[in-house]
Design a binder for this molecule. Structure first.
Ligand code: HEM
Ligand SMILES: *[C@@H]1O[C@H](CO)[C@@H](O)[C@H](O)[C@H]1NC(C)=O
Ligand SMILES: *[C@@H]1O[C@H](CO)[C@@H](O)[C@H](O)[C@H]1NC(C)=O
Length: 329
């Protein structure tokens, strides 16, 4: 009996370690292949839905990448960005930083509906965001990478948490470094992740102060390439009554690549926070390296996104698996 018990334990331990090795444990408590046994088709359901959404509207890829960042920096990667406001409280998604510029929530809802049909109460909304970000990154030309999963969904989303955690485009390099450091992200990771601005767009309101009201004596930010500044003024007139959008990086706005850094070298960074990465001596060398060594940047970007995706995650029995990403159970 004793021996039988012993071999049962040995077999259990062996199986546990083998399955651990297969699904690759991550220090954050997340695992690659988390849904392998509970919902093997989960990642493929996400991938095919994102592929369709991006082929219908290529701009959605940038939304998912930004959504992952905005989810993870505010209360951790817990899907709090997806919760709707209630009568009692305004949610993160309705803070002006996110509303109206952050889109793609309808696609997340479609994905969640398919996942609930295939494997009810299993796949968290927080993991859906991490998967959609990965798929968007890959569809934008980067290499595939495995997403450690097993995040659970938070139950709180407050608009007031947004400005305390997300950096505005007016931040100096010193402020950007401090903001990322609070999340455990290095200076190199901050500069590397800013390369996300190689895709997507910005509303004029996020940078028009650089065009028309730089300081008391100078209207236009002198660190802006003059031809680029002139073109931006055309796209964003000072008397406009709509908040237009322009590409964050003009050369290849649908490709996630290191052209963003090459543009910074040419004084064509759109946001003040972008251009300062090159004008500040603290980060200039990192920008130069990323501009020259595109493959190295791409590898660092993948590692940094995986790291960002582990920030303050809820695992185990914490949080819940939302049935509907817009509302707590
Ligand atoms: C370094 C500090 C950062 C600042 C100050 C910043 C700020 C901004 C701003 C102001 C916009 C334009 C919003 C608008 O007016 O429509 C934007 C867009 C975007 N950001 Fe960032 N961001 C930062 C870092 C990041 C990071 C780390 C990521 C992802 C890893 C990211 C991904 C994006 C993407 C993809 C867009 C385009 C969104 C779209 O096309 O809908 N950003 N960001
Ligand atoms: C405005 O910016 C210009 C260019 O950077 C600078 O030379 C000047 O000192 C600034 N003026 C004020 C009042 O800050
Ligand atoms: C959340 O709000 C959006 C838009 O206001 C709406 O389409 C969606 O159905 C809402 N979700 C839930 C679960 O109420």
């Amino acid at each position: 009996m004793g021996r039988l018990l012993f071999s049962c334990i040995a077999v259990t331990v062996l199986c546990a370690s083998v399955s651990m090795a297969l699904s690759s444990y991550h220090p954050s408590g997340l695992t690659v292949g988390f849904y392998q046994s509970t919902c093997p088709q989960a990642e493929e359901i996400v991938r095919s839905t994102v592929a369709k959404a991006v082929s219908d509207d290529p701009g959605v890829a940038a939304d998912f990448l930004r959504m992952h960042f905005h989810d993870c920096f505010v209360r951790g990667c817990d899907g709090s960005i997806l919760l709707n406001s209630t009568k009692k409280s305004t949610a993160e998604k309705d803070h002006p930083v996110n509303n109206p510029s952050l889109e793609g929530f309808d696609v997340i809802d479609q994905i969640k509906a398919k996942l609930e049909a295939a494997c009810p109460n299993t796949v968290s909304c927080a993991d859906i965001i991490a998967f959609t970000a990965r798929d968007s990154i890959v569809l934008s030309g980067m290499n595939h990478y495995d997403v450690p999963a097993g995040r659970r969904d938070g139950k709180i989303s407050r608009a007031s948490d947004v400005p305390k955690n997300l950096p505005p485009p007016t931040f100096t390099v010193k402020q950007l470094i401090a903001n990322f450091a609070r999340k455990g992200l290095s200076v190199d990771e901050m500069v590397t992740l800013s390369g996300a601005h190689s895709i997507g767009k910005s509303h004029c309101s996020s940078f028009t102060s650089r065009l028309y009201s730089f300081n008391n004596t100078v209207a236009t930010d002198p660190t802006l390439d003059p031809a680029y500044a002139a073109s931006l003024k055309q796209q964003c007139p000072s008397n406009a009554n709509t908040d237009n959008t322009v590409p964050l990086e003009t050369i290849s706005p649908l490709r996630l690549d290191n052209v963003y850094y090459k543009e910074l070298l040419r004084n064509r960074g759109l946001l003040a926070s972008d251009e300062r990465l090159f004008t500040s001596p603290v980060t200039k060398g990192l920008v130069l390296n990323n501009a020259i060594y595109g493959t190295v940047w791409a590898e660092k970007f993948t590692r940094a996104i995986i790291h960002m995706g582990t920030l303050d995650v809820l695992t185990g029995t914490k949080g819940e698996i939302r049935k509907n990403c817009g509302v707590v159970n």
